[in-house]
Design a protein around this ligand. Sequence first.
Ligand SMILES: [Zn+2]
Length: 418
Amino acid sequence: MKRLFLLLFVLAAVQVSAQDLSHYKKIIKELSSEKYHGRGYALEGANKAGKWIAKEFTKVGADEVICQPFTHNINTFPGKMEFAVDGKRQTPGVDFTLREFNPSIKGEFKLYYVDMENYDAEKMFTDLALPEWEGAIVVCDFMFTFMHGADFKRMQTKEGCSNAGFIYTWEAPLKFYKAYGDKVSEKPIIWVTPDFPRDAKSVKLDIENEFLEDCECFNVIAKVEGKNHDKCYVFTAHYDHLGILGKKTYYPGAHDNASGTAAIITLAAHYAKHTPEYDMYFIAFSGEDANLRGSEWYAEHPVAPLSDIKYLFNLDMIGDNNANLYCEVSNEGMAGYPLFEEINSEKGYFNALDRAELADNSDHYPFAVRNVPCIFFMNENGDAFKYYHTVYDTWENAIFDFYEPTFKLIVDFVERYE
Ligand SMILES: [Zn+2]
């Protein structure tokens, strides 16, 4: 009986060793922890995470690991982050977030509520030109600003209007972005939840930005040697995320994209143990949430010719529980797409593959436009998706159910693809 139990135990261990769920979870927990400061550029968060990832690739048996540096300009918020409404202190990430291009702002400000029911642009600009409203903060619903784009664009410049900045209400939980962080605007925009008071008198603000010029960061490139070196497979995932909002608030980014990063590290571990036919490259990109900067850099400076890539797999956000798997495929990648469908229907990994139009929404894109056969996998619109780009994208809220099917779908594909 004991022996049978032992045998079953060994069999189970062999079965799970291909895709190592506990290692996968451990990596996500590590990368989404506070010590990497949301894997942004303030406090070297992304770079600290990159160094850890490089070590991890070495640990799992990669034959070669290199860091590929690049620089970019990026706005950050490492300093003061104080916001009070009629004396009531607001919590960053929860009660308010910022636009990524905001400048610093400090002082006490009157609030000018835009009359959205009887909107009259002329009256609004006349009001705001009065001495009593000079330097006020304009409060409005974010969606409303799209309907009157030209007016709000005018207000955004110091020349166009005297207001000091904006407070826009938007749905909760509030999101934060990094994509337009390569500049600093004239006036700050603060996003607040719909329960922001409609009759507050004033706000106190002390928010500091720091614009980093030529900020150095790096992609981590690991290689597992195959039997043949004339072609290769490439597995990519970005490890950067949104960083911090002041000293106390950080964006953990467990689903986005510690999950994809963890998956490519465990894929490297798998291929290091089972020598593949072809060379395998595992690339953890930086700069993705800042507008695909790391993958763009790599695509222009590849360590192996892009024309040698048999297939590239990009994993961005796989820590959710939608039973359908979202994917985008490049033109050249379409030759392999029926094989993904065939494997999936044979093995039943997902209910279906949902293929969408190719878009510049993740790191496969710079490769797709350079004619590389590639696919982008994302698990979206499940229970974790509502936390996308919020402070709640934590290890606790990440979902691990679809790591194994995603892993197996890729490994099966590599095994069968000609
Ligand atoms: Zn992402």
